[in-house]
Design a protein around this ligand. Structure first.
Ligand code: ZN
Length: 131
C-alpha cells in the first residue's frame, strides 16, 4: 500500500482546499512514501534522536501537538502555520518510530488496510462506536 505525502485533489474537496494545496505544492512539494519519509528523518536526525532518547523525543512531539492546538484555538486559523505544525508532528512521530524500530508504513497498512477494521466498510459505518 502506498501512502503519499503530498496532495492530489479528490472528489468532494472544496475549491478552497484544492487551491490552497496547489499553492503549497508549487512552493515546496516533495512526494514520497511514508517509508521514504521515515528514512529521510532517520538520515537527517537519527544521531540527535538517539542522543535525546525516546522520552525527550516524545516530549518534543507533544510540544508540537500543543503548538498545533494553539493554532486551532485562534480566531482565524493560519493554514500555513497549521500545515507546518502537522508536518512537524509527523516528523517527530517518525523519529519515535525510528528509535523504537517501528516500520510506520507497515503499521499504517496493517491498522488502516483501506477499509475500517471494525465494520469492514469504506467509508466506516460504525460512527456511533467511535464518537
Ligand atoms: Zn467502522
Amino acid at each position: 500500500m502506498a501512502f503519499l505525502i503530498g496532495y492530489s485533489p479528490r472528489e468532494g474537496d472544496s475549491i478552497d482546499l484544492v487551491l490552497r494545496n496547489k499553492q503549497l505544492s508549487v512552493e515546496n512539494r516533495v512526494c514520497m512514501k511514508i517509508s521514504e519519509f521515515q528514512d529521510l528523518i532517520k538520515d537527517l536526525y537519527f544521531k540527535q534522536d538517539l542522543n535525546r532518547g525516546i522520552n525527550a523525543t516524545f516530549i518534543w512531539l507533544i510540544e508540537e501537538i500543543g503548538e498545533f492546538a494553539h493554532i486551532l484555538r485562534s480566531k482565524e486559523i493560519d493554514i500555513k502555520n497549521a500545515s507546518e505544525e502537522l508536518a512537524d508532528i509527523i516528523a517527530w512521530t517518525s523519529s519515535l518510530a525510528n528509535l523504537l524500530e517501528i516500520d510506520l508504513e507497515f503499521a499504517l497498512s496493517k491498522k488502516y488496510p483501506g477499509k475500517c477494521i471494525k465494520c469492514n466498510s469504506k467509508p466506516c459505518i460504525c460512527e456511533k462506536e467511535l464518537f
